[in-house]
Design a protein around this ligand. Structure first.
Ligand code: SAM
Length: 311
């Protein structure tokens, strides 16, 4: 049994959710159920509809949340289908939405899931094991140009072409099917002049994971759809773990906070744009030094919160 996921920013999440008895909150990233349990333990009449695309997460969290069975609905789905999920559950609108992005510790620590270069296993990386394409498949199906672009854009890697050349050379000998095979190939061509804090394969693994799970598109769609499902004063809070995610959230909140976006020269508004969100956290909320000391995986967490307004 892998170690339980340690939830991040618990105090800050509770503080910002503005929980009121009778509320319905959506936890779009159930994971090990830590945040859902936090909400349920600190209230008596709040219900949580919790979603995860990983069936293992639904099973594990289901056991943990058994004492709160009458206040939880667990759904094995992609959070980007939030509107359909709510429709099926006969829910028109909700009082809060939480997204704690990325992967959970059980996912990262299970070699057979293939998320980590620290553990040898199949080069998989699918959050939903029912999905067809794995990371190993992407290494075969993407062209050199596409693969380099994925590594550059999603991994913010400085040497994508060098890595692709090494991957192609290795593939002429043998198919790349394991995490250690890939991380060794990358390490063999990354002769860094200065030692860095991160492993040379970190960025490429992040890039492949984002691509396999189409993570950024799902976040964008969900943010857009959230506007339609949040009641007045309901809050949306997103915890992200790298700058690509955080940028999407920051820009979305900023755009939705704006009223008219016509050029200043136009005397009467023609765009019809109205503000739909009020930003609650101007700067992202980060974990305290104490939290990071107890949970190193929290170190890159950044939380942004906004509130639905109807004008
Ligand atoms: C960081 S963990 C969440 C941990 C959880 N908040 C806790 O306290 O235990 C992220 C979870 O979100 C899930 N996830 C990521 N993207 C998803 C998506 N688009 N739809 C549904 N679940 C997703 C992952 O499978 C993973 O279990």
């Amino acid at each position: 049994m892998t170690k339980q996921h340690q939830s991040v920013l618990e105090g800050e999440i509770l503080k910002h959710l503005n929980l009121r008895e009778g509320s319905l909150i959506v936890d779009g990233t159930l994971g090990d159920g830590g945040h859902t349990e936090l909400i349920l333990k600190n209230t008596t009449g709040v219900r949580v509809l919790a979603i995860d695309r990983d069936i293992e997460a639904i099973k594990r969290a289901g056991k943990r949340l058994a004492p709160f069975k009458n206040r939880t609905i667990l759904v094995h789905e992609n959070f980007s289908n939030i509107k359909t999920i709510l429709k099926k559950a006969n829910v028109m609108s909700v009082n809060g939405l939480l997204l704690d992005l990325g992967v959970s510790s059980p996912q990262l620590d299970s070699p057979e899931r293939g998320f980590s270069f620290m553990r040898n296993g199949p080069l998989d990386m699918r959050m939903n094991s029912a999905q067809e394409t794995t990371a190993a498949d992407l290494l075969i199906s993407l062209s050199d140009r596409e693969l380099a672009l994925v590594i550059k854009e999603y991994g913010e890697e400085r040497y994508p072409k060098r890595i692709v050349r090494a991957i192609r050379k290795a593939q002429t000998q043998k198919a790349i099917t394991t995490t250690h095979q890939l991380s060794n190939i990358i390490s063999s061509v990354m002769h860094l002049s200065r030692p860095t804090k991160i492993h040379p394969a970190t960025r490429t693994f992040q890039a492949l994971r984002i691509a396999v799970n189409n993570e950024l598109d799902h976040i964008k769609k969900t943010l857009n759809d959230s506007i339609e499902i949040l009641q007045a004063s309901a809050r949306i809070m997103v915890v992200s773990f790298h700058s690509l995610e955080d940028r999407i959230v920051k820009n979305f909140f900023k755009d939705e906070e704006k009223g008219c976006i016509c050029p200043p020269k136009i005397p009467i508004c023609a765009c019809g744009h109205i503000a739909r969100l009020k930003i609650i956290t101007r700067k992202p909320v980060s974990p305290s030094a104490e939290e990071v000391q107890n949970n190193s995986r929290a170190s890159s967490a950044k939380m942004r919160v906004a509130e639905r307004i109807y004008v």
